[in-house]
Unconditional design. Structure first.
Lengths: 176, 337
């Protein structure tokens, strides 16, 4: 009994289709095809969207997460105190930090700071977790390597002067 | 001497055709890009003019893969059938009147066959064998579906194509393409005498060349690549070449049958020498063919693909009755005049 109640008689239901009331000249294809062609030909003269990439570079906004870099202060010392939080939080295990003591008032500095750019997923967690604002995401997105060893960036490639990263640092302050 | 002239004509036409095909491919890509607000290939050479050669080089270098359980002989044969049919159909198309070169009277047509229209009909229907054989021999269900669709489509449109051609034959009174062109002197083009026949023939030739909106044998979204899914390298290149050579040939045939061939109206009023008249007529033929090719390309990027049942409905319920009515009307008018 229950089975017969649940069954729907599809022969009695009609799908609701809203059709436009077309005249014969709408259905005659050819006038409509010619109208369509005017549309496509008009498109030819509209401005193009293509960016001619290697010649025309894109300027990313401050919110863009490019490759992570270390901030270098004006006196040439990095902000990083080698706490290792970035290495701890990195989901791709791309960061390796080895800290040591220094004579400077910050007392600690990274002896070795390496980011494997083949592992980095540009999530920005390291930047978020950093207590010193020492590691930030830059606007650099052009990364190509021909060897795997080249992809491991040491301190020489990671340290960028703070004034070059001003835009990003201000963005971080404003949106923290 | 006759033979030598013919061989030279064949070489010249074939060379010009292949070059033109290469640049039609580029034109299609650039126009498609422009319609989609892109730029298109513009890196190889000035404005991408060397792109076709780069493409050919890439295709030649590619590995030729044949599926394991494919019928190897027919798999190899199919693209050859396709390309030879697409290229040989051009043989009967007159691309100009006589021209006097260094004392020799050269007829600007490779073969003046007296049943030219039948030759064209026979060859265009042979073209479907390439598609069907490739679909069948690939041992792939998508290829097979593409091949099957192609043959069904070809049968449906061949009939309206042939019937609309009969209208042209009735008006001009000849099967010979040369005579058909001569009968369309001045403004007596067949497109003005046979407008309905022109439309049916034009639509049918879209189906014959497997171009959108009738490219069901390929149908990328539903059939992967249709009949040439399992083709790679140079054999795929041959199919690609076939598509565009077919486009060029069918444009040339439409020009010959309906747009007055090499006839340029009022050319004799300017008092030019015979040599320059012949040159201008050849150029006029080229301009007409080029215009049709561009029309084909714009149509491709305007209209979406027909569904299979819509295609069949259009072929049998619209195109065939239209062609028959056109034939009947032509007969009645000719009887009364």
């Amino acid at each position: 009994m229950a089975e017969t109640q649940n069954k729907i008689d599809y022969s009695k239901t009609k799908p609701i289709i809203h059709r436009k009331d077309l005249r014969w000249w709408n259905k005659a294809y050819i006038p409509q095809i010619l109208r369509g062609m005017t549309v496509t030909i008009a498109q030819i003269f509209r401005p193009k969207f293509t960016r001619q990439y290697p010649e025309e570079k894109w300027d990313p906004p401050a919110s863009f997460r490019g490759r992570p870099v270390l901030v270098e202060e004006k006196n040439g010392v990095e902000r990083c105190v080698a706490c290792g939080l970035c290495a701890r939080v990195c989901p791709a295990l791309a960061i390796e930090v080895q800290g040591s003591e220094s004579e400077y008032w910050k007392e600690r500095y990274p002896v070795k700071f390496e980011i494997n750019m083949l592992r980095c997923i540009y999530c920005g967690f390291c930047e978020e977790v950093c207590p010193e604002e020492a590691i930030v995401m830059s606007q650099d997105f052009e990364l190509t390597f021909t060897r795997q060893q080249d992809a491991i960036f040491g301190k020489d490639k990671l340290l960028i002067p703070a004034e070059k990263l001003k835009e990003r640092l201000e963005f971080l302050r404003a949106n923290r | 001497m006759e033979l030598l002239v013919t061989v030279i004509k064949i070489a010249a036409v074939l060379g010009i055709m292949l070059g033109a095909v290469a640049y039609i491919v580029l034109a299609e890509r650039r126009i498609a890009a422009a319609i989609q607000n892109r730029i298109g290939p513009n890196r190889v050479g000035w404005q991408g003019l060397l792109q076709p050669f780069a493409d050919v080089l890439k295709l030649v270098m590619k590995e030729d893969i044949v599926p394991k359980k494919a019928n190897k002989f027919i798999h190899d044969l199919a693209p050859v059938v396709s390309i030879s049919v697409a290229l040989t159909a051009f043989a009967v198309v007159p691309f100009g009147d006589h021209i006097n070169l260094w004392g020799y009277d050269v007829r600007l047509q490779i073969a003046n066959v007296n049943v030219g229209i039948l030759y064209i009909l026979a060859l265009t229907s042979l073209g479907v064998y390439g598609v069907t054989l490739s679909g069948w021999s690939s041992n792939n269900k998508y290829s097979l579906l593409g091949g099957m669709r192609s043959s069904a489509q070809m049968i449906s449109y061949e009939i309206s194509m042939g019937l609309s051609l009969i209208g042209v034959i009735m008006v001009t009174g000849s099967l010979q393409l040369d005579q058909i062109v001569r009968a369309q002197e001045g403004w007596k083009w067949n497109i003005l005498l046979q407008p309905v026949g022109f439309i049916t023939f034009f639509v049918a030739s879209f189906a014959e060349t497997n171009r959108l909106p009738f490219d069901l044998p390929e149908a990328e979204p539903e059939l992967v690549g249709g009949y040439h899914t399992e083709y790679s390298g140079l054999k795929f290149g041959l199919f690609y070449l076939t598509e565009y050579a077919g486009l060029l040939t069918s444009s040339a045939i439409i020009t010959t049958l309906y747009l007055g061939g090499w006839q340029v109206p009022f050319i004799h009023n300017f008092g030019l020498s015979d040599f320059w008249i012949a040159i201008i007529q050849v150029l006029g033929f080229c301009v007409k063919v080029l215009g049709l090719v561009l029309f084909y390309i714009v149509i491709r990027w305007t209209i979406p693909r027909f569904r299979y049942d819509q295609l069949m409905n259009l072929g049998w319920k619209v195109m065939l009755p239209l062609a028959i009515v056109n034939l009947f009307a032509t007969g009645v008018v000719m009887l009364l005049l």
